[in-house]
Design a protein around this ligand. Sequence first.
Ligand SMILES: Cc1ncc(COP(=O)(O)O)c(C=O)c1O
Length: 397
Amino acid sequence: MKSLSSRTEKIAPSLTVAIDTLAKTLIANGKDIVSLGAGEPDFPTPEHIRRYAQQVIDAGKTRYTAPVGILEVREAVCRKLKRENGLDYKPNQIIMTSGAKHAVYNCFLALLNEGDEVIIPAPYWVTYPELVKLVSGIPIFVESTAENKFKISDQDLEKSITPKTKCVVLNNPCNPTGTVYSKGELEALAKVIRKHDLFCISDEVYEHFVYEDTFTSVAAIEGMYERTLIVNGLSKSHCMTGWRIGYVAASEPIALMIGKVQSQTTHHPSNIAQYGALAALDGPFECVIEMKKAFQERRDYMFNRLQKIPGVSVRLPEGAFYLFPTVSALFGKHTPEGVLIDSSSSFCKYLLEFHGLAIVPGIAFGNENCVRFSYAANMDTLQKACDRFEAGVKALL
Ligand SMILES: Cc1ncc(COP(=O)(O)O)c(C=O)c1O
């Protein structure tokens, strides 16, 4: 038989999805597992969104839509961008996608030629480098550290730019670190991006979960609007993960490119999900505020528990719903069963096998020293997770 696609073979499957799937399988097989692996809000999709989608189905709005999405929905995205981000977009600059992950993929397809370099601050969301590779681009990582609040500086960015650099990916607030860039910090990065005439993909899916500061979109920084591709979606803000609905907001030529790609690939995201997005974007905002309050309480609880555990160092994240503690002080220790802990993966494997706790090794996000907890789970689950983590760490000391 002939060989399969070497380009596709090069990419790794998502480790966060793999861990969540493994935890679910273990639970289905009767194992007592607490899983904080998935970045998925535990709340139901708000009722007004569910009801509206049901009405839409009953009204027979179940046909193909335009590849870029339903005009009414794209108008709602424009209203949202104006209301919440102070940005002026026209509907022909908006493309509805099958989730934000798909939006990121579309952006890379629109921007990259073979060998183009994409700068990705590390730690990063698992998907960015793999999608860059899938479209024959080259991911270039810019490291950040816990000491610097996992932020890259304008100098860090400048040093990583080559003649082949095409774009920079900013994920603000960041998964997995919870880091939020301030307006001033974005201005400094934007200056470098403009100087080198780069594009910027700004993944803003966690924009509503900022606890200490206010959120600024990099597209709102002077000179950035034309070169920024905003990626956003309803999965996180409105608990619509399974609906698979997101969008890109970009300049008209880029939006045209993405529309063309979509017309030949998915055609368009689900009609029903688009109407769900309409109800979410134009509907009451209280549900988002309530959820943010709950996440903040959970973050504070988790932070207070984790920071008391010896061998673990954790910073208070300003946004998203993840904690990314450093656990490398535990490397070199042995489990009571005699297994050496020498990496974030061996540590997480040990926690899953011997303490029934599923969390994600930092290496999945390009940082071997840390592990990622999602705190998008109820307090009971978080309490159990902290108990198990603490017991697991103490058994190593
Ligand atoms: C930073 C980031 N961007 C995009 C996504 C994808 O979201 P969606 O469910 O809309 O595809 C995720 C999901 O975990 C994420 O963490």
